[in-house]
Design a protein. Structure first.
Length: 89
């Protein structure tokens, strides 16, 4: 009759695939794989974490010390002079 499914499961449409899409599936896979990778490679994971924290800290430190709005110039041999400015976001 209903091939072993309960009436509630058949009514809910359990034969249809989930409609989350590829992005949701990849995010779920990453969520499952992340603890396994951390457990498998603890030194690499710790190094990546420390490196990420260092990059964020360096970026915040540079952003604090930069005089915003001032036009600065850098001369590149063979290419000429480049002007740049740090603006507030």
């Amino acid at each position: 009759m209903n091939d072993g499914y309960t009436a509630r499961a058949v009514a809910a449409g359990s034969d249809s695939p989930p409609n989350g899409g590829l992005g949701v599936s990849l995010a779920f896979l990453a969520l499952i794989m992340l603890p396994l990778l951390i457990a498998s490679y603890p030194l690499v994971s710790a190094g990546l974490l420390a490196g990420g924290i260092a990059v964020v800290a360096l970026g915040r430190s540079i952003a604090r010390h930069v005089d915003r709005g001032t036009v600065r110039k850098i001369s590149l041999p063979g290419l000429g002079t480049v002007e740049y400015r740090f603006t507030r976001s």
